[in-house]
Design a protein around this ligand. Structure first.
Ligand code: ZN
Length: 180
């Protein structure tokens, strides 16, 4: 746990942080049904077909929210990642507000060389942003923090959907992490 960060939180936030840290898994009932969407994402990225990446990503996200019986979230796939001195933005999650549904934005090309991002990186980004959605809608946390538990849940989802032993590096850049 990044202790200095934790210490700056007020007691209410610390409680949410501890709650988030204590959950390590996502009880997705039928991950195998979603593997088709996962491999469609891989193919669409290899073909550099943004419309198909968008479709397959939406299908995967819809499958997860349906299986967990939580409110849906839209997915928007954009081309080139925004970047600044802090790095490149991989993904973004905007929680639902009154009258809107939550939105995930992911970018499929790197900022510098404009290359299509690697499949694993893309999938991890998408699952990272979905994990924020689950924090609010499935685990009913009032805030979504990058706790160790959060990264374990994200990794758990990744393993459920790919069944590999790969342990990718945690993502460093999205707006929430930039805020922190
Ligand atoms: Zn995040």
């Amino acid at each position: 746990m990044p202790f200095n960060y934790y210490r700056r939180l007020n007691r209410r936030q610390q409680k949410i942080y501890e709650q988030s840290d204590s959950i390590e898994e996502v009880a997705l009932p039928q991950p195998k049904l979603l593997r088709h969407a996962v491999s469609s994402i891989e193919t669409a990225l290899a073909d550099e077909n943004k419309a198909k990446v968008q479709d397959a990503s939406s299908q995967l996200v819809r499958g997860i929210t349906q299986q967990l019986k939580i409110p849906k979230v839209s997915v928007k796939v954009l081309a080139r990642r925004p970047s600044d001195s802090w790095g490149e933005l991989h993904g973004l999650y905007e929680p639902a507000e009154k009258g809107t549904i939550a939105l995930i934005t992911v970018w499929m090309r790197t900022a510098k060389r404009r290359q299509v991002v690697a499949f694993k990186t893309y999938l991890r980004t998408l699952l990272h942003e979905i994990s924020h959605h689950l924090d609010y809608e499935y685990f009913s946390l009032p805030d979504s923090y990058h706790t160790e538990g959060f990264y374990k849940r994200e990794n758990h989802l990744y393993l459920l959907l790919t069944q590999t032993d790969v342990k990718p590096e945690p993502l460093q850049y999205d707006l929430l992490s930039a805020d922190q």
